[in-house]
Design a protein around this ligand. Structure first.
Ligand SMILES: [Fe+2]
Length: 400
């Protein structure tokens, strides 16, 4: 069998939907972010909520009050992926390498530098760009314990984390997974914006709408059979919560509308019977077969439909010289997107999202219910805020 890693190093641009942000729309986003940054400079604020988490009420109010000023092209371009690929690359977000400054050594420095008077000129403004783009698509949110609850996460390799299953890693394959699959409030849409990627490191995407399964395999995978447990970086307290069995696939309108919830490293497959395990293994093999790689260039934004596609990252060698790959990530909720009604009863293992746009009741482009903000500090010990913030013991696509 041909190794998946060699396949993944091949870019198949035709396999992922592509859109261009019109030049005028890109300029408008940059200009509005700059105006909001200037306005906030003259507004009394707490540095901890302004740049550290981006949850300052004045910042949220500015985004919501002004996002509607952006050209309609912005919202149109940032809409969810529209093809079976479950992923879209949006190009031509204007930015220069100089304005990004050096790639920080970890997400903590990235947040600190964003708030630094000497460094914030670009990084903070780029965070506002991300929030404007995300707010054009839906409701940006964070996780209380992930990167300190920050609404815009920084994805970059960190010394000492090379072999982790995390976005701070580099040398290891980041195993494909649904983001925060264990939680009913997981993102509908992930935005991954590339500031810098000098070695063209690939992000992998596999769509469930391209897999081939038998009707019986689909039936088996649609039956709630096994739970998906929280990432280990969420701590060990999840044992206190019930672990409901979940369907891996949900296909209310047929295979063309299939969605999935997939994180094999946190799914206790040994607890299932052989028939289910075989169907799950077939799904894993199919996700590998249809895997495509997006090697993002600066100014490109990858939109991943978290209900349709799983994502990961190929291994690479970090530089640690300030020029490393640097992505910014935002989780986005789509209020109009239905999920299984039964998910409303899930406890999420006690984990909570940070959702100031929802809490503010803002309705720039629709709104949803209010998720109570968490006040304790789960995952504060999480050293890496990441594409893959959890440590996996194994990866479904790793080949020996
Ligand atoms: Fe991820």
């Amino acid at each position: 069998m041909k190794g998946v890693l060699s396949e993944r190093k091949t870019l198949h641009p035709q396999d992922i939907e592509r859109r261009e942000l019109p030049a005028a729309a890109g300029r408008a986003v940059r200009e509005l972010a700059r105006e909001i940054s200037t306005t906030l400079d003259s507004t009394p604020h707490d540095p901890a909520t302004m740049a550290d988490t981006l949850t300052d009420p004045a910042l949220i109010a500015q985004i919501d009050a002004r996002v509607g000023e952006l050209p309609a092209d912005v919202r149109r371009t940032m809409r969810p992926p529209a093809t079976a690929a479950g992923a879209t690359i949006v190009s031509r977000l204007p930015l220069t390498d100089d304005e990004c400054g050096p790639t920080p050594p970890s997400w903590r420095e990235a947040a600190q530098w964003s708030g630094s008077a000497t460094r914030r000129a670009s990084s903070f403004e780029l965070d506002l760009v991300m929030l404007l783009l995300a707010r054009s698509a839906g409701e940006p949110f964070g996780w209380q314990g992930q990167q300190g609850g920050r609404l815009v996460n920084n994805i970059l390799p960190s010394p000492g984390h090379e072999h982790e299953q995390s976005g701070a890693s580099s040398k290891t394959l980041l195993s494909p997974h649904s983001e925060d699959a264990f939680h009913p409030a997981r993102a509908h849409l992930l935005m991954l914006a590339c500031l810098r990627n000098p070695d063209m490191v690939g992000t992998t995407v596999s769509s469930v709408r391209r897999v081939e399964l038998t009707a019986e395999q689909r039936r088996l995978l649609s039956v709630p059979t096994l739970p998906i447990l929280p990432d280990v970086s969420y701590g060990t307290g999840h044992e206190r919560y019930s672990a409901p069995p979940l369907p891996t696939l949900w296909t209310p309108a047929g295979p063309d509308e299939a969605t999935l919830r997939y994180d094999p490293a946190y799914t206790p497959l040994d607890d299932a019977d052989a028939e289910f395990r075989a169907a799950y293994a077939r799904l894993t093999a199919e996700l590998e077969r249809v895997c495509v790689t997006a090697a993002l260039a600066p100014g490109e934004v990858l939109l991943v439909d978290n209900d349709v596609a799983v994502h990961g990252r190929v291994p690479f060698t970090a530089r640690y010289d300030g020029t490393d790959r640097w992505l910014k990530r935002v989780n986005v909720r789509l209020p109009e997107r239905p999920r299984r009604a039964e998910e409303a009863d899930e406890n999420g293992y006690g984990q909570r999202i940070v959702a100031p746009f929802r809490a503010a009741g803002s309705t720039a482009f629709g709104s949803g219910g209010v998720e109570p903000a968490r006040t304790d500090g789960h995952r504060e010990n999480d050293p890496v805020g990441t594409e893959r913030e959890a440590a996996h013991d194994r990866g479904p696509f790793e080949h020996s």
